[in-house]
Design a protein around this ligand. Structure first.
Ligand SMILES: [Zn+2]
Length: 298
């Protein structure tokens, strides 16, 4: 279990899946075979599967404990959700909630769920199947969504020409939270409490946000899919197939890297391979990741 300390915050990675899951050449239009040779010292075997040519991407949540509160960042794919166009995520049955329990937390004890954006692999555990209905998995939590993403996907979902969006994820994992009155829609930059703040980083989706944690002089940035894979630290211009707005996705990625390099904040993405987090070092106009093992990183 990956554990990270940032000041007074104790953070645990709650894994849903970690396996070779996307063909590298389809995921990144800029991918080329020489990349593996140039980066094999850090890339193999935790970030790339040489046998299949697939990226090894983790899908996980970050559980933060600070000031007596329990906060979950991003909500993975979820169990029992029909995603036939993405077979590895179709009707999943993972032990995600058992892993949350192993970290010492029951669903009722989660105070807040924050989604960096509303793609299907970030909202899934917002809800669970109960007697044929999708109900909030974390009934006592406030769920923090970006209003820009909500309005964008709401419009697409409601239009018969484009809906349902996300293979139904908006309907089974976002709308039930709004209907239950548990959603807080956030506009622009906002402090959530004395430790957590949200800033818009549009590009991957229109309403993508980065979530910053600050405590006792230490910091971390949860960047969701502004970066999917550590190769993008070396190549900030590389967008994935899933980035909606190429220009702004690049701008936001560089801004996150500059922030982490300049402040020393730990970069805590949603999909990097082991050890799942890194520091960012700046070299002139470029960046390199400095992987840390999660211990003593406060
Ligand atoms: Zn994602």
């Amino acid at each position: 279990m990956t554990r990270v300390t940032i000041g007074a915050a104790k953070i645990v990675r709650i894994e849903e899946s970690y396996e070779p899951n996307f063909d590298a050449a389809s995921f990144f239009a800029d991918w080329r075979p020489e990349i593996v040779a140039a980066h094999r010292d850090w890339m193999l075997p935790d970030h790339y599967d040489i046998a299949t040519g697939f990226l090894k991407l983790s899908v996980h949540s970050w559980l933060i404990r600070i000031g007596g509160r329990r906060i979950l960042i991003d909500a993975c794919v979820g169990n029992h959700k029909p995603r036939p166009l993405r077979p590895k995520w179709h009707l999943m049955e993972t032990r995600y909630l058992d892993r949350l329990a192993a970290a010492g937390v029951r669903p009722e004890e989660i105070d807040m769920v924050m989604c960096t954006h509303l793609h299907m692999d970030h909202v899934g555990w917002n809800t669970r199947l109960d007697n044929g209905h999708w109900v909030p998995t974390f009934p006592n939590a406030r769920y923090v969504f970006s209003r820009a993403d909500y309005e964008h996907y709401h419009a697409l979902d409601a239009d018969p020409a484009t809906g349902p969006v996300g293979q139904g994820s908006f309907r089974d994992s976002v709308l039930p939270i709004v209907d239950a009155g548990l959603a807080d829609m956030i506009d622009g930059a906002r402090a959530i409490d004395e430790h957590l703040s949200i800033d818009p980083y549009p590009g991957h989706t229109p309403g993508t946000v980065a979530i910053s944690l600050a405590s006792r002089g230490a910091g971390a940035m949860f960047c969701g899919d502004i970066l999917h894979h550590a190769i993008q630290v070396f190549h900030p211009r590389w967008n994935s197939f899933a980035c909606a707005d190429a220009l702004n996705a690049r701008k936001s990625r560089r801004k996150v890297l500059e922030h982490c390099a300049g402040s020393g904040a730990l970069l805590m993405p949603a999909h990097f391979g082991a050890p799942f987090v890194c520091r960012v070092d700046a070299h002139g106009d470029g960046f390199t990741p400095r992987f840390v093992d999660g211990r003593g990183t406060g």
